[in-house]
Design a binder for this molecule. Sequence first.
Ligand SMILES: NC(=O)c1ccc[n+]([C@@H]2O[C@H](COP(=O)([O-])OP(=O)(O)OC[C@H]3O[C@@H](n4cnc5c(N)ncnc54)[C@H](OP(=O)(O)O)[C@@H]3O)[C@@H](O)[C@H]2O)c1
Length: 292
Amino acid sequence: MSVIVTGASGKLGRVVAESLMERLPPAELVLVSRHPEALREFAARGADVRYGDFNEPGSLGEAFAGGGRMLLISTDAIGRRVPQHRAAIDAAVAAGVGHVVYTSHPNPVAGNPIGPIAEEHGETERMLHDSGIRWTVLRFGSFAELQVQPAALAIAAGRLVSNAGDGRIAPVSRRDCADAAAMVLTTDGHGGRTYEITGPEALSPRDLAAVFSDVSGRAVKVVPIGDRMLVMGLVLHGASRPIARAVAEFGRAVREGYFDLVDPAFETLTGRPPMSLREVLIPRRGDLLEVA
Ligand SMILES: NC(=O)c1ccc[n+]([C@@H]2O[C@H](COP(=O)([O-])OP(=O)(O)OC[C@H]3O[C@@H](n4cnc5c(N)ncnc54)[C@H](OP(=O)(O)O)[C@@H]3O)[C@@H](O)[C@H]2O)c1
């Protein structure tokens, strides 16, 4: 039976596809995307590339036909994801997919300051539990690659401005998230399980600044700031108010401990430790110093 990956042309989707290519005959890999043309290289290597859009439920029957297991990659359409993910789960059930693996988020609970981002993941987890299909939830920590831009800005300014207090995150690379997903999709015993996929260490803003300094060779000090001042400062520097608010809400969630989690699940699943933030940033040193 084939393994389906939805949203396969996204940044995570592509790495998952690569990881599955190492574990499966290409003909058993079904890559579903709104942009099949962007996956030509995988089609050329033998993968079955199909069109599918959660906003067009009618496209999903054909897209999911014959699939045994499916990775449902959460979309980036914040505010519209519950109906999208419901359409995907319903279509998977209708197509006879045996097992859906979903990419969720740490602490997808009401009260998490990141609001709809957490609530939509929580709602999708509940839909899966109620769907009757075999499911696995992978709660990915904050992607380590998302630290490249803030690191570059902090290195250029010599200052990491943060409203996260002493709160900590455990950044995890997309590569490791993809390998965890590929393991769950190609081995047995994961039904009904929720795995927290995190990096190897929980880092406060002070720790992040130390990593940025270490990787760049430049001094970076932490400048603590309140939520309102952070929003004002970001808007003054050209950010839209919704983006500025989202950044501040993320910092507040970190400060309040919603991301402070290091879990051994990745190493248990794959047999190797997850990459550290330093290991993710070192090959990107050129990008980090570009702004400086
Ligand atoms: N853990 C974290 O730090 C973190 C951070 C940001 C986001 N995320 C979540 O993880 C997901 C993957 O991250 P990424 O970095 O790969 O993001 P990305 O490159 O922006 O990818 C967006 C993904 O959403 C899919 N998508 C959007 N609209 C869709 C629709 N109508 N129907 C089906 N799929 C749709 C895209 O698939 P196609 O374009 O191929 O159709 C693609 O896989 C994000 O979408 C988001 O839910 C996690």
